[in-house]
Every structure is written in C-alpha cells, then in structure tokens.
Design a binder for this molecule. Sequence first.
Ligand code: URP
Ligand code: ZN
Ligand code: ZN
Length: 477
Amino acid sequence: MSTTLITGGTVVSATGRTQADVLVDGERIVALISPGASPFGTIDADLTIDATGKYVIPGGVDAHTHMQLPFGGTNASDTFETGTRAAAWGGTTTIIDFAVQRYGERVQDGLAHWHELAAGNCAIDYGFHQIIGGVDDDSLKAMDTLVDEGITSYKLFMAYPGVFYSDDAQVLRAMQKATDHGLLTMMHAENGPAIDVLAAQLAESGKTSPYYHGIARAWQLEEEATHRAIMLADVTGAPLYVVHVSAKQAVEQLAAARDKGRNVYGETCPQYLYLSLEDQLGASSEEWGDFEGAKWVCSTPLRSREEGHQDAMWQALRTNDLQMVSTDHCPFCMKEQKELGKDDFRAIPNGIGSIEHRVDLLYQGVVTGQITLERWVELIATTPARMFGLYGRKGVIAPGADADIVVYDPAGHTSIGLGEGRTHHMNMDHSAWEGYEIDGHVDVVLARGSVVVVDGEFRGAKGHGSYLKRGLSQYLI
Ligand code: URP
Ligand code: ZN
Ligand code: ZN
C-alpha cells in the first residue's frame, strides 16, 4: 500500500478549521497530525503534497446527477465515464445518480440497467437513488428490497404527466411504503397537470421560445406542490426531501413545516443561486437567436431575479431552511438535443450540466460573503454524506474515512466554460456557465487514496470508482 502525506494545509470541516497534515495509507485517511507533533517521528511518505496556504477539504458529494437519463426522446449527454471524470476535475469524488423505472417497467430491470451503465466506467465512487416513475403494486413491492441493495432513497415526480408523474394517491402509497423501510422520499414538487395546461395555452398562442418554459412553470405551482408533498408526507409519517427548489415561496413552505417540527428537507442547485429568468429572456446568439435560452431550460425553471428568488436561496442556505446544494446534473447538447424544441419549448429536453462546477460556484459564495468556509464544506460534502447514508466513509476528513480529499487554493483562479484557458470537461457542446470567474481553484483531487487530478491534468482512471451501498439517512427520526 502506498502512503501520501498532505502537508502545511488548513483542514476545513463543517465545524471548524485547523492546521494539520493529513496522512493517507492506501485508500483511507489514517491520521491528522498537528504540525511538528508527529507521534511517528519524521514521516517518509511515498508521495508528499504541499498544501501550504491552501484548504484541505473532503471531496465533494453530489447527491443529484442524471448520467444518460432518457428524457424527451433523447438521453443526457454525459455517460458515467465522461460525467464522473468531469466531476473529479471539479473536486467532486462521489455522485449519487438516479436509476430509472418508468410505467410498465420493472424496478429491478431499471436498477440492473443502471448498474450495467455505471460498472467499470466511473472515475469516482457512485451510489444510486431509485426513480419510481410508475407507482403500482409491482413497483411498490420492489421497494421492499431497495435498502438491501444499498438504495435508501427514491424519487417521485409530481411533474411530467405521462412520463414520470405520480398522482396524489400514488404518492401516498409510495410514502407509506417508504415509512415502513426508512427510505427517504425525494420529491420533484411541481404541479405537472396544471403546468401542462399553461404550457399548451402559451404554445398555441405562438409563445414557443425557451423563455416560456419558465412562464408555464409558475412559482405558484412549485409552492402548491411543495405544500401538498409536505402534507402527504405528514399523513404518512414519511421523511421528505424536496429536490431542486427554486421558488422562494417553496422555501417558505419548507421553513414553515420545519418550524412545526416536520421532518422535511430542501435542496437547491447552483443554477438557482446564480442564473435567472431575465438572463434567459435576454439570451440571444448569432447561431441560435432567442433559442439560445434553451441552454438554461431545466425544471424547476430559473426564476425572476427581480422577484428575489436567488437572494432567498442564499439566505435559506445561511439559515438552514435549505440544507443541500446538488447539481441536478442533466446535460444536453444544443445540437440534436435541445434543438428538438426549436419550434416549441415543450420539446426541449430539460436539464443543465454543472457537475464540474458545484465546488467552485459554492466557494464563490464564501468569497462574496454569502456563506462561511465551514458552511461551504458542510454543503459540498458533509451534509450530503449524512443525508444519504455515506457519512464516516465520505464527507469528512478523519481517520478511517475514505481518502477523498481536495486541496483547494483560495489564491487560485478558475475561468469556467469552453473558451480558451477555461475549464469544461462535461460532454456538452456549450456551457451554461460560460464566462463565470471564480476566485479559487481545485488544485489536487484524491479519490480513495489515488491522485486523480493534479497540475492541471487528469490522472484518474475509468473503473476506479466503486458502487457504494448506502446506509439509511442520518436525518430520519
Ligand atoms: O431539468 C431537470 N431537472 N432535468 C432532470 C430531471 C429532473 O426533474 O430532475
Ligand atoms: Zn426533478
Ligand atoms: Zn434531477
């Protein structure tokens, strides 16, 4: 087994920071050593990494990704190979992706297919949630064995009728089953049937550009569905995790429920912290005209900056009304994918690719004073590990944990995008983040003890990542 010593850095955790050297033996962290206080005398490691002046943090855990997701007649453009490599470039060393079951399909078959897609292809460790896109007797029965498979959370959709949608009766039945097994219910909370009516009316009146995607998906329909999900969870005793929250009114619903002692949690995404409906409205390019806005078509949609949704998301992260930031990484190229909806926004595949940039984009929140350094680490690594049954192994720098470690340079700089001198390793023909400048830089990344990124080079390997059988959420009551 080879040893690695990371010297001179500031180890940052969710609760504080300390000067310490970090000793790795094989795949695990074995010691944190105060400078000059080694009980082993001088350590002669196989590899020494100088982290002087830098932060040493746990590798990022991105708990919401969609490699190869079938959507809108196409598939998300990142494979497990390309997506996990891009994740590593950006300091993320664990992903939790969504295995898919749709109407008429067996959960076991969907899950087996997802294992086939991922096995042997990932550069970093990975786990799965299960999408239940067709709640019936068969899929409910299949939920009985998910925990044994290491899948302790599953996702339902109150949106996308005819695709993944569950009505209230189906949601209720699935939540009852989740309560029996300690599964965490992840909810896409938007009123899909109402959205589809508004979207059809807009399209019929000639309002077909990408901007109208956000108009059809009004915040009222996110607030309403969030409230309904909370009440259905309350009736069934199911803990609830609402994914990709973008409306400030939805956050208010979550905060009010938590104030009443309900066991509910909320996740937002970098796009809802930084991007807005106004940006989408103003988007235009020579190549695409106002269809340029398709780059930012995702659900829930981008919201109006004028209405203050982005500020509300940052505030909720400070006050812990929202606990999580995941990417909802679901990339589609403009050519041949997004352009399927060139004449009608309803046919644009929904999703944005961000897996490479979450650690950096959230660090920018530290630079601008939105969150503290410790909250940054809590959001990018520690809370996702706790929320999804990985803590101890992931999300922390401590003896016994997997050596998933990022050396982050606060004096470095990152230019995001596809242009000259910029980052971008996702399998996309555009970046939703083109031109974003970050005061900070992911210098070195270790994944289970192996250096996968250093000196601006990817040194990882397809197949290094292993499947993670997850335990129950630490947030169950
Ligand atoms: O736009 C999105 N979010 N696409 C991925 C599917 C989902 O709802 O998470
Ligand atoms: Zn969703
Ligand atoms: Zn998603």
